[in-house]
Design a protein around this ligand. Structure first.
Ligand code: RIB
Length: 316
């Protein structure tokens, strides 16, 4: 299997489970806290690696204890960290996250060292990058670096995927047109397309517009509704699995890491999207970000359980 390159962020997730968000000037006790490895780039790399893909990570950490933890985590997952470098005098990226009882989250990010990932870092890794099956990008690093990576991938004929998260207005149309894959959620799709997106039909119309502008394939993640594909292979929706979600943090990243792993191996779009919908559904049944991502054998058990109808007498 050829490597997947992830050029992007890593963060330390500081996750507080709240009963409700505090109001201005209010101090509120929360029942639970957890710290874990996160960052959209790192999460996507982790999901792909847990499912058996060889992954090359380009990222920046600070010179603090968080950096040691992030590097150790990448190594534990078997991710190639040759191009994950420390930035002296800078903090690592951190993400305070608040998860509500309905499983939904609010996230703040402090980019820290992630803001230092530069076009020169892509030049430094050009030799291994040229060997990769897919380059995966998000928007938690500087936009100039994202655009440089898209140009690099395009000029070398390497398939490139952009997850436009967190949502940013005014992305360059010329760079969007160089993408093989754009994987937004509904909010991000609305911002990029300039059209309201409130469900599958409006997502379909907005995605068609982007395909007409040159994006190869648009895959819209729809949360509990699964995912919508619009592109050169036609249009289809893969429905959600209807799981009971406890924490949706990082579900979109789980989807992308799983999609990247399967598409780069088989080139089968529908199969890769179907796997990715199931993998992200599995992730929302566990707490935390990467801590909720199953490895290949746990994921196989999840799919088996989910595909096996419960006999009436066994229902609780
Ligand atoms: O997509 C979830 C991620 O967003 C979290 O891990 C957090 O670090 C932020 O980057």
């Amino acid at each position: 299997m050829k490597k997947i390159a992830v050029i992007g962020s890593n963060m330390v997730d500081l996750i507080t489970y709240v009963e409700r968000m505090p109001g201005q000037g209010e101090t509120l006790e929360a029942p639970r806290f957890a710290m874990g490895c996160g960052g959209k780039g790192a999460n996507q790399a982790a999901a792909a690696a847990l499912l058996g893909a060889p992954v090359l990570m380009l990222s920046k950490v600070g010179d603090d204890l968080f950096a040691d933890n992030t590097l150790a985590n990448f190594k534990r997952l078997g991710i190639d960290t040759e191009y994950v470098t420390r930035v002296p005098g800078t903090c690592s990226g951190v993400a305070p996250i608040f998860v509500q009882p309905d499983s939904h989250n609010s996230i703040l990010i402090v980019k820290g060292a992630n803001a230092c990932l530069a076009p020169a870092d892509i030049d430094a890794a050009r030799t291994p990058l040229r060997e990769c099956a897919l380059i995966v990008l998000q928007l938690e690093i500087e936009l100039a670096t994202v655009y440089y990576a898209i140009d690099f991938a395009h000029s070398h004929g390497i398939p490139v995927l952009l997850n436009p998260a967190p949502a940013v207005a005014g992305l360059s149309r010329a760079h969007l047109a160089k993408l093989d894959f754009l994987v937004p959620n509904e909010t991000e799709l609305a911002l990029i397309s300039g059209q309201p997106v409130t469900g599958v039909e409006s997502a379909r119309i907005a995605a068609r517009g982007l395909v007409a502008e040159g994006v190869g394939h648009v895959i819209v993640t729809l949360g509990a509704q699964g995912a919508l594909y619009v592109g050169r292979e036609g249009e289809f929706q893969v429905p959600g699995l209807g799981v009971a979600a406890v924490d949706t943090t990082g579900a979109g990243d789980a989807f992308i890491g799983c999609f990247a792993r399967h598409w780069s191996d088989s080139g089968d779009l529908r199969a890769a999207i179907t796997e990715a919908v199931a993998y992200s559904a599995c992730s929302v049944t566990g707490l935390g970000t990467q801590s909720s991502y199953p490895d290949a054998s746990r994921f196989a058990r999840f799919k088996h359980t989910f595909a096996t109808p419960v006999a009436l007498g066994e229902q609780q």
